[in-house]
Write a protein that binds this ligand. Structure first.
Ligand SMILES: Nc1ncnc2c1ncn2[C@@H]1O[C@H](COP(=O)(O)OP(=O)(O)OP(=O)(O)O)[C@@H](O)[C@H]1O
Ligand SMILES: [Mg+2]
Length: 376
């Protein structure tokens, strides 16, 4: 018994300690001579201590083992009053009369501590994950709100853009009516007017499709995209916006741009944001001289660049340091989210967004994106 690593305690059917090995002495701080003859419940803290005798009595009557042969975690009490967690397994000594039980006890303080540390680590990781998830959701919401605000600002131009095909359709329809109500209807002319109607309806449909594409909030996508094609696709909206603000739009798209990898809707949102800012800044210029340029170029082997430049007043000096901070705005109706979200989008594509004052006044916002094919 003294060679056992675990504490070994033998008791009789009333709970009196009969044997107490060396490991038990070490673990509990009692000499065997001190504890032999006393009740084993003295080695237990309350509430176990008060119930142990009943427990033994019940076992004697029913013979139903609550612990025997199974083993379980218990709390144990040292001589100095300290309590420690232990793993206890109990067996009945076969054929003993009166019955005797042997308990094997192992201190599991270290295991408990390790488990508590593990649990704490797991809780921390979980909390971190939840916080990151919450931040992602917030960012998504904010992007969506900003997108709605931007589109709200563009509504005048878009309404005008939709109005054009609609009024063309109504003009052609009235012409058809006229052609067909004449005694000798000109079918050729009627056909041609109908074709125009179909074309104008397609044009209006195209504008609405692009609008929905930008408005839709959906999970980020990763595809290979051509920056020029993305610009072409939103150009109709930006054009409408510039026309409504007496601004001339110049698209200078470099041919043969390498493709980039990213989310088309997010990138278009960024482009529209930058164009919108320029159009707003240009309101301070007289109508005849407002110029907005979107220029793409290849930038070394590994990057493509988009510059959105205007000949407005440039960024106000007191704005420059906080330009990309959320809620930094000089506009009465601005949210100050546009540039902050655009920068987040550029960065999440592995790129950058920066401000450069244009030569001769005006602002230039430059987006650089890696051209590498990330999937290859
Ligand atoms: N092209 C630009 N020329 C001059 N100032 C600019 C230009 N673009 C941005 N700014 C300045 O940067 C500020 C922040 O722009 P940002 O797009 O983040 O917010 P906002 O345009 O004010 O608000 P929102 O985008 O919600 O309409 C603007 O308020 C403006 O002062
Ligand atoms: Mg803005």
């Amino acid at each position: 018994m003294d060679a056992a690593v675990d504490a070994v305690i033998v008791i009789d059917d009333r709970g009196t300690v009969i044997a107490f090995n060396r490991s038990a002495e070490r673990l509990f701080g009692y000499a065997a001579a001190e504890i032999v003859g006393r009740n084993v419940h003295e080695l237990m803290p309350e509430p176990y201590r008060g119930t142990h005798n009943d427990y033994l009595a019940r076992y004697a009557e029913s013979g139903v083992p609550h612990i025997i042969g199974i083993g379980r975690e218990v709390q144990a009490l040292r001589k100095d009053g300290t309590v420690f967690p232990a793993f206890l397994s109990v067996g009945e000594i076969a054929g003993s009369e009166p019955r005797r039980f042997v308990g094997l006890l192992r201190d599991i303080t270290v295991e408990r501590q390790a488990m508590a540390m593990l649990q704490a680590e797991r809780d921390r990781a979980q909390a971190e994950h939840a916080a990151a998830e919450e931040a992602r959701r917030l960012q998504e919401r904010m992007t969506h709100v900003s997108r709605m605000v931007t589109l709200g600002e563009m509504v005048a131009g878009i309404a005008h853009e939709l109005n054009q095909p609609l009024s063309a359709i109504s003009t052609y329809a009235r012409a058809c009516e006229r052609f067909l109500s004449s005694p000798q209807p000109d079918l050729e002319e009627t056909m041609s007017a109908l074709r125009e109607i179909a074309q104008e309806a397609m044009r209006a449909g195209g504008i609405i499709r692009r609008l929905r594409q930008i408005v839709k909030s959906r999970a980020a996508e990763q595809t290979r995209v051509d920056l020029n094609a993305l610009i072409d696709d939103v150009a109709v909206l930006i054009e409408a916006d510039t026309r409504a603000h007496q601004t001339s739009l110049h698209l200078e798209l470099a041919p043969n741009l390498p493709r980039i990898t990213g989310d088309p809707a997010q990138l278009q949102h960024m482009i529209v944001n930058l164009a919108r800012n320029a159009i707003e800044a240009l309101e301070q210029q007289p109508p005849g001289s407002r110029e907005l340029t979107l220029r793409t170029s290849r930038c070394g082997e590994a990057e493509v660049e988009l510059a959105v430049c205007d000949n407005g007043p440039g960024v106000a000096p007191d704005m420059i340091d906080r330009l990309f901070m959320p809620f930094a705005t000089t506009k009465a109706e601005g949210t100050g989210l546009g540039l902050s979200i655009s920068q987040t989008i550029a960065r999440s594509h592995g790129g950058t967004l920066s401000y450069h004052p244009a030569n001769g006044g005006g602002a230039c916002f430059v987006v650089r994106l890696p051209a590498r094919e990330r999937f290859e």
